[in-house]
Structure formats: C-alpha cells, structure tokens
Design a protein around this ligand. Sequence first.
Ligand code: SAM
Length: 379
Amino acid sequence: MSDFSTYKDLIQEGDLALIWVSRTMIKPITVDSKAVFSTRYGTFPHKDMIGKPYGSQIGIHTRGSGKFAFIHVLQPTPELWTLSLPHRTQIVYTPDSSYIMQRLNCNPQSRVIEAGTGSGSFSHAFARSVKQLYTFEFHELRYQQAKDEFKQHGLLDENTIITHRDVCKEGFSITSKDTTSHDFTANDEKKIILDADAIFLDLPAPWEAIPHLEEVIATDEKVGLCCFSPCIEQVDKTIEAMTENGWTNIQMVEIQGKRYESRRQMVRSLDDALGRLRDIKKRKLDGVKRRYQVMNEMTPEERNAVESNHIPLTDKARFNPFGKGGRVKEGDENFSWKEVTKVESEIKSHTSYLTFAFKIVNKVKDEKLVEETMQKVYA
Ligand code: SAM
C-alpha cells in the first residue's frame, strides 16, 4: 500500500515520514533507527520517534543554552508532500489541484491522464483519489526521478503508471514498446486501454497534445479536460484547439488563493481615544518626575555613570513610564467588539489560468440504462 493512501497510528522503521520543523520547513525522511535528523537547533535521533504515534512532538535540549527544541513527525499526505517535495519544476499547489479535481469530477472510479509529470506534486494528489493515473513526462532525468519516487512511495504498486513520452508528438497510447513503469510481461499484454475520463495538461503547448486525446478517452461518458497555462496567449490557442477537436462547455478560471483571518476588534469611542492620550501624557510626566527624583537620590558617581555610560536608571519592572497598559483579552465582555477580517496574501499557488472543457464522444442515449439507473435512484 502507498504511504500516501493508508493511515497508521505508530511511526515504524522504514516509514516515509514528514518532519515539521516550521510552517516553511517540512522535510521528508525514511525512518531508520540508526539515523538522525539534524536541524540548526540540534539533532533528533530517529529511534526516539519509532513507536510513537504520528503527530508526536519530539523534543531535545538544545546544546549549551539548555533550552527546548522540538519537531513534529507527521504522516505523509499529498498536501504536505506538495509543501516539502524536492522541486525539479514549477509545481501545482493544493488550492489549484483540489479545485481542478473537483471540476473534473475525480472520484474512486476515475481514469486520469496527466502530462507532464514534472515534480510529481499533482500526481500524488491524483493517485490518492482516483482509480488509475497515467502520467507522462518527456524529460528523461525527470521521468526517472519521478519513477523512483513513485516506486518508493508505493504509487506504482497501487494505481500509477508513468511513461517517458513527448505527448505533443506521440500522443498518449501506451504499448509494450514504450519506456514505461508498466510491466507488460506480467499479463503478456501489448497495449493498455486507457479509457480516460479526466485529463490534466500542464505543458507549454497543450494545443499540440489535444488532438491526440481522441484515441484514449472514454467514449460513453462525460470526459473532462483541464489545461494549466500561465499566459493568456496560451489560453487562446488552447481554446482554439479544444473547439476544433469537439470539446464543449469551455470555461477559463483563475484561482487566487487568499486566507481570511477572522477576529474581533474593540470598538473605541472618541472619549476612549482622548482618555488614552491623557494617559500617555500623564505617564510621560510621571516618568520625568520619577527620573528627576531617582537621579537626586544618587551619589554624584552613580549619576555620572548613568549619564556617561547609558546605564539604565533602574530595572525595567520598577521604572517603565512609557510601557504599555494591561492587555485586554479579545472578546472581553466589559468592552464592545466588532467582527473584522484580515486578508493574508501569502498563499502558495502557481497563478495560472485553468481552461476547462468537456466532451461526450458517444452521445447516443441508452434508454434502458437510463431507466435502470432511475429505478435504482428512486428505489
Ligand atoms: N504538474 C507538475 C507538478 O505538479 O509537479 C509540474 C509540471 S511541469 C510545470 C511541466 C512538465 O511537463 C515538465 O517536467 C516538462 O518536462 C514536461 N513536458 C513539457 N512538454 C512535454 C511534452 N510534450 N510531453 C511530456 N512532458 C512534457
């Protein structure tokens, strides 16, 4: 079973695990009782992780300072993999991949074509959700790296076939003559029937690949196609090719990921603001008075030391005329609050245009099938 499609409770030797160091640093490891995971805060032996539940926090005392440093050991998911994978290309991020899969109606029965594979970010998300993934990559080294990674993650043993291919020139059929992860000898096959019902093209020239889809898509169900292109000129050409090749319901979408933080803000009146200004002024005057008093109580040597060496007059706790007042907890019932939102723009997604289209090759209505289905639905 793939590391990405099964859930397990405990961390075990040989597992692929993701180490959450911070929000911007998640590192994959293969758990090995003899190995350690090193960070700039210190070294975490894998053996301390083994036997603990996934999600556990592993702590160590940092060198010298005696402080505490920690990491979390997480089970891999396609979403976390997207944030931690080694980048070999631009990748598709979760805000886009989740939307695309929903629009293409991906489900456990789907047979999906993906080109190109790139860094395998989207491949992991597809592989978790669909019946079969056929992914194509024409760059030889990238093909090999993705194949090794998919093998290591269990995707090839489950539902993924990766093929080394220029899909714009040679299309999508997979035969025993191809360089592919599929083992044709096992069943003495010559060719795979793809029968794809969802296609995702992340290529520089998808319009060159679109005419080749006809021979590999399902003929008697609705097939969805999505092309991922950064330029509007590419979208133009893609739509032309879609139209020429009988794709309909064409729609272009751009995802702009934003995170809204919802919180409450204290409602302040003009009197509150005036009160605050008066308070600041009072604290300032008190501070000057207190400083004068303290300086007067000092010996000339102490005063000299304070003035020449910028030695603090007193410790912070005792003398802090400009310090902030006590904090008010958000939502405190003694104050009035209003709901506000703050937009965080820093969401990782690869702002590209998504062009969707759909096709039903065999449009003949099977009355018998319709009747049977309706009976099942209303039974
Ligand atoms: N969607 C991928 C992901 O999420 O990791 C990234 C895809 S990357 C932007 C595009 C990939 O398409 C590159 O690795 C490139 O080598 C491959 N490619 C470009 N033209 C191709 C073609 N005609 N046939 C197959 N692969 C192609």
